[in-house]
Design a protein around this ligand. Structure first.
Ligand code: SRM
Ligand code: SF4
Length: 564
């Protein structure tokens, strides 16, 4: 009762974005007018919220803000487009097309995200429609890749690990489609589809999102044990595939994961998803996912966006009340969760064979950045490989790339190309700490960045590597992750070492996550500069090297020793 009163009170002070959503006529807003306005490179303010639902963000070049402001010029606005790519899979033809689209309309850099999809940056307003149209010819879209809806559904990437992979993978696609908004606005605005009129408008009725959509972004991940490469517990819904007698028995379902915090706001916190139970049978599995989303729709906080994710809804309701509401809406109970074990979170670099006999090769793509630079012509090399038409491209939540589904007869061709393009050497020569590291985008495009991340972490790692060697621990599969702010896009809160930006050049140092993503880390030191980070790590590595137990991992060590 008290909870209901609270919800009613909250409804009376909706956040401004709630009003923009409900007044948007199916996410159309004034986007057409914004696009037609040639005076500015930006779009209207309300439309910046709506365009996210179409998979795009308005950004500006932060490196040039000051100069532009001094010259009294408009900031250098452009747009980032993020693809909807359930399970992170693309065929070779799509990769070739993506390569050309990136060159034609964006900065040219292809970025693999931590949710196994692709982002292109720096697309000017006038080029958005041609970009979306070019993607459409490749059967790719960006619908609901951002915004207060279900985002890209992620799934364990490595095809070899389980005979379940194909079946489980198909759930990523099914869930993504089930949770797509019903509005046709994407097709109308970006692809010139005729607007619906009169009775046709009924096609847009959206029982899931209605006209309010969700209170906040919503994320779903599917893990296939023993791999937790998706960081399943960092998601609003985490699904763990359960194999019994070589078949998919069903999924353990966890809910309420989310990582973001806000510096100085103690009401915000990182949280791992809580286990709800086990469910089998496709209809029931889909129903459980659907109804978790409807509970968040109906009970989520719509006044304070900092406290609007499902994790807060669950903690406000209480886990038992939440589960009872879910079972009531589903009309059936969940069974007790079934046993599973995670033993790996990092990618399986190099050559591996899947259970059908096909081969795959995992390529190291530092922080998911694909371009040609002084070190390696990665983008050109991958284009050459894609042009053979003999591979699929799978993106990992660790920001790497798997070239998959390679027939034995074609392995030689791909092997030769990996060799001649230098990709094999680039992958195998990278240190373990570098290969396992993640950094978010941060500067120069992220408007929320307080510190650098992907532009800085590679050079910091070059200074960390000698420390690991000095203490003879360079063979550890250490997990180090950096973000430019506490939103946690590189999931630093579930790393053994997390560096979270607080100001330019300053990072909080978090320690003590476990290796498989099942324990959050804890803040150890505030706002360290580079020297401070290296000094702290040097001392910790020395202690670890001297005092660790047999087989003990760094995150477990600092926890056992109560260093955090
Ligand atoms: Fe993120 C906002 C980049 C994964 C939590 N994230 C942003 C924005 C869009 C900034 C903005 O709102 O204007 C960043 C765009 C930077 C740029 O220039 O490209 C951004 N997030 C990213 C990516 C590209 C990081 C990367 O280097 O790979 C990841 C894209 C994933 C995707 O393909 O969909 C990305 N973001 C994540 C993750 C990790 C995950 O989901 O596994 C998280 C933490 C998990 C979670 O959601 O709790 C994450 N991003 C956020 C938040 C905090 C959300 C919250 O609960 O408060 C924001 C800020 C917001 O939403 O207000 C944010
Ligand atoms: Fe931007 Fe912060 Fe996300 Fe990094 S963690 S991409 S700085 S919002």
């Amino acid at each position: 009762m008290l909870y209901k009163l609270f919800v009613l009170a909250e409804k009376n002070k909706l956040s401004p974005i709630e009003k923009i959503k409900t007044a948007s006529d199916g996410l159309r807003g004034t986007l057409q007018e914004s696009l037609a306005d040639a005076i500015t490179g930006a779009i209207r303010e309300d439309d910046t919220a709506l365009i996210k639902f179409h998979g795009m963000y308005q950004q500006d070049d932060r490196d040039r803000r000051e100069e532009r402001t001094e010259k009294k010029l408009e900031w250098l606005y452009s747009f980032m487009i993020r693809l909807r790519l359930p399970g992170g899979l693309m065929n070779a033809e799509q990769w070739v097309g993506l390569n050309h689209i990136a060159g034609e309309y964006s900065t040219g850099v292809i970025k693999i995200t931590t949710r196994q999809t692709i982002q292109l940056h720096g697309i000017v307003k006038a080029e958005i429609k041609p970009t979306i149209s070019a993607f459409n010819t490749l059967h790719l879209d960006s619908i609901a890749a951002c915004g207060d809806v279900n985002r890209n559904v992620v799934c364990s990437s490595h095809p070899s690990q389980s005979i379940l992979h194909k079946e489980v993978f198909s759930y990523a696609e099914k869930i993504s489609i089930m949770a797509l908004p019903k509005t046709r606005s994407y097709y109308e605005i970006w692809l010139n589809e005729e607007p619906l009129t009169g009775d046709q408008k009924k096609e847009e009725a959206d029982p899931l999102y209605q006209d309010r959509y969700l209170p906040r972004k919503f994320k779903i991940a599917i893990a296939i044990p023993p791999d937790n490469d998706v960081d399943v517990f960092a998601n609003d819904i985490g699904m763990i595939a359960i194999e019994e007698n070589g078949k998919l028995a069903g999924f353990n379902i966890a809910a309420g994961g989310g990582l973001s915090t806000t510096h100085g706001n103690p009401a915000t916190y990182a949280r791992l998803a809580s286990m709800l139970g086990f469910i089998s049978g496709e209809d029931k599995i889909m129903k459980v996912v659907y109804e978790i989303i409807t509970i968040q729709r109906d009970y989520g906080n719509r006044s304070d966006r900092k406290l609007a994710r499902l994790k807060y809804t669950i903690d406000n309701m209480g886990l038992e009340t939440f589960k009872a509401e879910l079972e009531k809406r589903c009309g059936f109970p969940l069974e007790p969760a079934r046993p599973y074990v995670f033993t790996k979170r990092e990618d399986h670099f190099g050559w591996k064979q899947d259970h059908t006999g096909k081969w795959y090769y995992t390529v190291f793509t530092e922080n998911g950045i694909i371009k040609d630079d002084g070190k390696i012509a990665l983008k050109s090399g991958l284009l050459e490989i894609a042009q053979t038409g003999k591979v699929f491209f799978r993106f990992t939540c660790n920001q790497n790339l798997v070239l998959s589904d390679i027939q034995s007869a074609d392995k030689n061709v791909i092997e030769n190309l990996l060799n001649s393009t230098g990709i094999e050497k680039h992958t195998l020569q990278a240190s373990l700490v570098r290969r396992n590291a993640i950094a978010c985008v941060a500067f120069n495009t992220c408007p929320l960045a307080l510190a650098e991340a992907q532009r800085y972490l590679p050079s910091l790692i070059s200074k960390i590597e000698p420390l690991l060697e000095k203490h003879h621990i360079e063979k550890e599969e250490l997990h180090l992750r950096m973000t430019g702010c506490p939103n946690g896009c590189g999931r630093p809160y579930v790393a053994e070492i997390g560096l979270i930006g607080t100001a330019y050049g300053k990072y909080n140092l978090h320690l003590g996550g476990d290796r498989f993503g099942e324990r959050l880390n804890i803040k150890y030191k505030d706002s360290l500069d580079e020297e401070g980070i290296l000094t702290e790590l040097n001392g910790l590595f020395e202690k670890f090297s001297n005092e660790k137990m047999d087989g003990e991992e760094f995150g477990d060590f600092v926890t056992r020793k109560k260093i955090v």
